[in-house]
Design a protein around this ligand. Structure first.
Ligand SMILES: C[C@](O)(CO)[C@H](O)COP(=O)(O)O
Length: 411
């Protein structure tokens, strides 16, 4: 993008439809508030200059705390309004007064568009759509540059019926010409600015669709861009469950640290178990730098090591993981034991507890899986160990952190 791009996120809603007592944008999904995922989608893009979030006054303190905790350097707050349009309007005013000073909006042509290459672009996106990726954000931004406005759409999954005030069918609409409107949407700055300058009090309180405002007040007909289905809006309680499942897949990266050639067989097996759960897996020789806010999993494997060596290796690796800035992850250690006597297992059990205690301060979960096997059953045991480790990684259940998991095929 060669023109400046900004984002406005209305986040003033109270989440009535979830039936929960906090607004859905602040609900916890895999250990962090939903809105954090949304903000991260924008923060990580170098071509986004500033992200303005419209929040209601009672949640301002909480949002300020989240901005600091997650180091969102581009995020600023504006007052949330009593309606979606009033919140977005506050964002537009803030852009005009503090960021795009003097750029009051270029002269619009008949069709609402501006031809200047440098015309800034503003993306409008709901805070409760956490999975907008770079591809769709870029597509709508580029389409807005060309067409003045653009919006993400999805095909209708059900037929729409028009009913009269007594719930009696009037007609069914032709589904093939209809589209569901979603966000992100993007606008040339002048289009958005004009629309919110001219908007009527009635539209401010009763409308929700910004594409509609652009058409009505500037004549700009938005380009509709087909979006991936995961841009859907978290609206009901069931959507929080779906968001959690998607976060596991879209926001997780697994690194298998293979520093020992003898571990290749184990890692190949584990990698295919993880890949079958749609997780992103890389086999790397050393500990990676933690990736910002992606749930990072690091898996280690040691082969029949001396007990002290294995425990030391696990502890060192956890320390390396927790010392990364912005670390937010999971450490899974797999150890192939020669002896599974009570004494040895006791040592590993204590190690699991220590790993858990150390990881707690830094939001790191630690799982320890040990196994012993006989030569005849090695393949079968390995498959079980890898399946179990993959399940632990996929579930990311904090209750499992600090537990010792033992797999043995001995009678
Ligand atoms: C569907 C929508 O109108 C697209 O612009 C928008 O997402 C509606 O948001 P609301 O918060 O449910 O009004």
């Amino acid at each position: 993008m060669n023109s400046k791009t900004f984002a406005i996120l209305p986040a003033g809603g109270c989440g009535q439809r979830t039936g929960l007592d906090i607004p859905k944008q602040y609900c916890d999904v895999l250990g962090r508030p939903l809105i954090v995922y949304t903000l991260e989608s924008f923060q990580r893009l170098s071509w986004i200059e500033k992200i303005l979030v419209a929040v209601s006054p009672e949640w301002e303190g909480h949002m300020t705390e989240l901005i600091q905790r997650y180091k969102f350097t581009k995020v600023g707050l504006v007052n949330g309004g009593t309606s979606r349009h009033r919140s977005i309007q506050n964002g537009v005013r803030h852009l005009q007064d503090h960021i795009l000073k003097g750029l009051g909006g270029a002269h619009l042509r008949e069709n609402g568009k501006v031809s200047s290459e440098e015309e800034p672009v503003v993306i409008v996106h709901d805070a409760v759509r956490p999975f907008a990726d770079e591809d769709i954000l870029r597509k709508v931004a580029l389409a807005a540059k060309e067409h003045g406005a653009s919006g993400s759409v999805l095909p209708m999954v059900s037929t729409i019926l028009e009913s009269d005030p007594h719930d009696v069918l009037v007609q069914s609409l032709v589904r093939s010409t209809l589209r569901e409107s979603h966000t992100p949407q993007a606008f040339q700055w002048s289009v958005l600015h004009h629309a919110y300058q001219k908007i009527s009090e009635h539209d401010l309180d009763h409308g929700t669709e910004v594409l509609d405002l652009a058409l009505k007040y500037t004549g700009c007909r938005a380009k509709l861009v087909e979006a991936p289905d995961y841009v859907w809006k978290v609206t009901y309680r069931k959507d929080l469950v779906a968001a959690e499942s998607l976060a596991k897949v879209l926001w997780s990266e697994v690194y298998l640290i293979n520093s020992d050639p003898l571990s290749s067989k184990v890692f190949n097996n584990l990698a295919s178990c993880l890949a079958s759960r749609n997780l992103k897996v890389s086999v790397v020789p050393t500990m990676p730098d933690a990736v910002r806010y992606v749930h990072t999993t690091v898996v280690l494997h040691s082969i029949k090591p001396a007990q002290e060596e294995a425990t030391m290796k696990c502890e060192e690796s956890l320390d390396a993981l927790v010392s990364k800035p912005d670390c937010d992850g999971l450490l899974a250690c797999m150890c192939h034991l020669q002896d599974d006597s009570d004494r040895t297992l006791g040592t590993y059990r204590r190690l699991a507890k220590r790993l858990d205690a150390r990881g707690k301060d830094k939001r790191v979960l630690a799982f320890l899986v040990v196994y012993t096997t006989t030569q005849e059953k090695e393949q079968q045991t390995l498959s079980r160990v890898c399946e179990m480790t993959a399940t632990l990684i996929f579930d990311r259940n904090p209750l499992m952190s600090g537990q010792l998991f033992v797999v043995s095929d001995r009678d």
